[in-house]
Write a protein that binds this ligand. Structure first.
Ligand code: FAD
Length: 329
């Protein structure tokens, strides 16, 4: 029986999907271990307590709510101190975070504070005997390593989207707590947050990602990609580094080793060669479709469906077909 800790990411008073993923992963692990408790930590501005019942729906037995006016934005020092203090006070087998921009910062800080081991970019994890065993991607996604984590708790940061939030209602009993350090007097303060990217949906969370590469020839031709994304209605637009380096798209749209990690239900690569550094950010997508005029392009090696053709012909036809299909659903 293993008690689990889950850090729930939020934005303002909204819980992020990766937060629900963390609770879902913790719940599944606790259940498999014979039914331990899941304690979820929710840190944010006043009013965020209203989201506690939602976390109960996804399997939290206890929701520790830390509200403070200076916690509207992510505060690394306050979040680290608060999460570490809570984990120390509990007896958890593992603490689950996300490998989101925030989680990449937070999980290693918490592990260092506690003097325990941490693994990021985790695809799955389980208990073998009494050992927590995780699978995570290394060598820019070319190798999946299986690691046995020694010590307790194991700090695990899941890759976004590898687990779907699943309802599994528990009590979601609220415990109010104070931040472990005053968020108003930390050395690092977020003074402004500017929304990056051009799409309405966050790349890491969108169920469909349409990414464009140099094969689109010019910035203005990204309209083809945007049209296809809006035909889907639930798609975000991404790009290769070649494209962001050329200034066709903002850097926040870049997918890959030095960009965002995505793992959507459907990934459509439009005029992308499939360099290893790009594959590092998208190869765990559930279904990959590639459109490229070169039949030998490496992207076809990871694609489930490949269309050898000119993007300027294929993408408008695909957009039309998606619009047609959506009309009937
Ligand atoms: C340290 C390092 C880190 C990097 N990090 C990243 C990263 O995070 N993300 C990333 O993406 N890259 C990264 N790169 C760059 C990477 O190596 C590639 O250069 C880049 O991904 C190539 O982008 P691309 O596929 O758009 O362009 P190209 O490689 O030029 O490919 C364009 C493709 O479009 C096809 N094409 C051309 N015209 C058409 C048409 N009309 N119709 C259909 N297909 C067409 C071509 O056949 C070709 O396959 C990194 C490189 C280094 C060295």
């Amino acid at each position: 029986m293993a008690n689990m800790f889950a850090f729930v990411e939020s934005r303002g008073t909204e819980v992020r999907k990766v937060g629900l993923e963390a609770v879902t992963a913790a719940r599944a692990f606790a259940d498999k271990s014979g039914g331990g408790e899941v304690h979820a930590l929710l840190v944010g501005p006043p009013g965020i307590v209203a989201k506690a019942s939602q976390l109960g729906q996804y399997g939290a037995d206890v929701v520790i709510v830390v509200e403070h006016a200076a916690l509207t934005n992510y505060n690394p020092e306050a979040a680290t101190a608060t999460a570490a203090a809570r984990i120390k006070a509990g007896s958890y087998r593992a603490a689950i975070f996300s490998t989101s921009a925030q989680g990449r910062d937070l999980a290693p800080r918490v592990a260092a504070r506690l003097g325990v081991s941490a693994v990021t970019d985790v695809l799955s994890f389980e208990l073998e005997g009494n050992t927590v065993v995780v699978r995570h991607s290394i060598n820019i996604g070319k190798v999946i390593a299986t690691l046995a984590m020694s010590g307790s708790p194991a700090v695990i940061a899941m890759r976004p989207n590898v687990i779907s939030p699943a309802q599994n209602a528990k009590a979601g009993r609220v415990e109010n707590a104070q931040p472990a350090v005053d968020p108003g007097s930390t050395r690092v303060k977020v003074v402004e947050t500017r929304k990056g990217g051009t799409g309405k949906l966050d790349l890491a969370e969108a169920p469909v990602v349409i990414a464009g590469g140099r094969g689109l020839k010019a910035a203005e031709n990204f309209k083809l990609v945007e049209d296809l994304a809006s035909a889907f209605g639930n798609a975000a637009v991404g790009a290769t580094r070649a494209v962001t380096d050329d200034g066709w798209r903002p850097h926040s749209d870049q997918i890959g080793q030095t960009g965002r990690l995505v793992s959507p239900e459907l990934y459509i690569a439009v005029g992308i060669s499939g360099a290893v550094q790009h594959l590092a950010g998208m190869r765990t997508s559930k279904t990959i479709v590639a459109v490229n005029k070169d039949k030998d392009a490496p992207i076809f090696k990871v694609a489930d469906y490949g269309i050898v053709g000119d993007v300027f012909e294929v993408i408008p036809a695909l957009t039309e077909a998606v619009r047609e299909a959506k009309k009937h659903h």
